[in-house]
Write a protein that binds this ligand. Structure first.
Ligand code: ZN
Length: 416
């Protein structure tokens, strides 16, 4: 009997143990979507693009998509643009209230000089929040770059004292121990991201965010035909100390120019010990004006090469900038490039053109009007000459006749 009682007790204990843990086995993943800004705070705002509104479009698209997956509860921190902006704390109080497993902060970007383009994800600087943030961000960045966006990286930033997170959202993520990321989908002010400035793309971003979150949590959807059950997140180690952004520009930036006749090949060497070179920029006037930022295509390389076409009779003073992951740059020394000489044919053509100009002037100068004013003078001169000649002829005849007459008179006188 004692034995049977013991068996019953053990079984009851095991059942109770399983029951007490059962809810946590079956508990849905809880996702909080947090559209940035709201109320008076518009975020990035250029032309007709207001980040506050766009954040909401993307967030709702993310919510709609994620709700099509099984085993997930989705919440959103704000549902309109008219209510007062939520504080960071209010956003996280809400996340805590619903027992969130992750908070996704939805944003779009703009830069001071409207020069930057591409996507980035900001993650926490330490602990499991860093690990989970980085794992999700890896999936997200891959999806965004596959869409054609420039990869601006997965980033960290600490506050001024460097003892805590810079971004309020990540600060509260740490305090409340709820992982969070800030997704900056694209820039709203640089033309290379302009293909995404439409409602369809803002919604597409939401779908991508949802699919990436689903992958991260291993969620599947029978209605969408997506099975993420075997998806493995990359392994990420928690950093031993807080990770911060880079505060120093690249270590060096040198420029070499090779002359190839019609064009020159520019060769930049640059290196940043803290991260990598992300963009470069070229000036042809000694650093007064720089062209747009260009992609530093190979981030594992310390060099990049490109051609600059020469121009006729125009010298360059080439200066380049190498810019790192955190948009800090170093400038090279200027290198002088002599322009192409003026070709001879061009000069002849120019001379010919000048001749034609003279002809035009001449044609103008022999206009009818001018001809009319010249011809009376001509007639007058001719008349004078004719008169002069006639006068001389008559005068000569007169002289000859008068001499003959004199001679005749003399003869008569002698014969008398
Ligand atoms: Zn924002």
């Amino acid at each position: 009997m004692k034995f049977i009682c013991r068996i019953i007790l053990i079984f009851t204990g095991l059942i109770l143990f399983h029951i007490s843990y059962f809810p946590s086995y079956c508990k849905n993943v809880v996702v909080v979507i947090d559209p940035g800004h709201g109320g008076e705070s518009m975020g990035g705002n250029i032309d007709d693009r207001i980040e506050r509104d766009i954040d909401l479009i993307t967030s709702f698209a993310m919510k709609d998509r994620l709700e099509q997956y099984e085993g997930v509860d989705v919440y959103i921190t704000r549902e309109n643009n008219t209510d007062k902006e939520l504080t960071r704390k209010e956003r996280f109080d809400f996340a805590k209230e619903v027992d969130a497993d992750f908070l996704f902060s939805i944003h779009y970007n703009m830069s001071e000089y409207h020069t930057l383009f591409g996507s980035e994800v900001w993650v926490a600087s330490k602990g499991t929040n860093y690990v989970k943030g980085y794992q999700f961000a890896t999936i997200e960045m891959q999806a965004l770059t596959e869409l054609g966006l420039f990869d601006r990286g997965i980033k960290n930033k600490l506050n001024k004292d460097r003892d805590g997170e810079y971004y309020g959202i990540l600060k509260y993520a740490e305090e409340y121990d709820i992982p969070a990321v800030i997704i900056e989908h694209c820039h709203l002010d640089e033309e290379r991201d302009s293909a995404f400035w439409n409602e369809e793309s803002y919604k597409q971003f939401g779908v991508i965010d949802a699919d990436c979150a689903a992958k991260f949590f291993g969620l599947s959807s029978s209605s969408l035909g997506i099975d993420n059950s075997s998806f493995q997140n990359i392994s990420v180690e928690a950093p031993s100390k807080r990770l911060d952004r880079d505060y120093t520009e690249p270590e060096y930036c040198t420029l070499q120019i090779n002359d190839n006749g019609d064009y020159v090949t520019a060769h930049i060497e640059s290196y940043d010990p803290d991260n990598y070179i992300q963009y470069y920029q070229v000036s042809l006037d000694g650093g007064n004006h720089f062209g747009r930022l260009e992609e530093w295509t190979d981030r594992n390389s310390t060099s990049i090469e490109f051609d600059i076409p020469k121009e006729i009779d125009k010298d360059y003073s080439v200066v380049v900038r190498a810019m790192n992951k955190y948009d800090l740059y170093l400038e090279s020394d200027p290198v002088y490039v002599e322009g192409l000489p003026k070709p001879v044919e061009v000069e002849e053509i120019e001379t010919a053109a000048t001749d034609t100009d003279y002809q035009t002037v001449e044609i103008k100068s022999t206009d009818e009007e001018e001809t009319n004013t010249l011809s009376p003078i001509f007639i007058f001169v001719v008349t004078l000459v004719v008169l002069f000649v006639t006068f001389n002829i008559f005068f000569a005849i007169y002289i000859t006749n008068s001499r003959k007459r004199k001679r005749r008179r003399k003869k008569n006188h002698e014969t008398r």
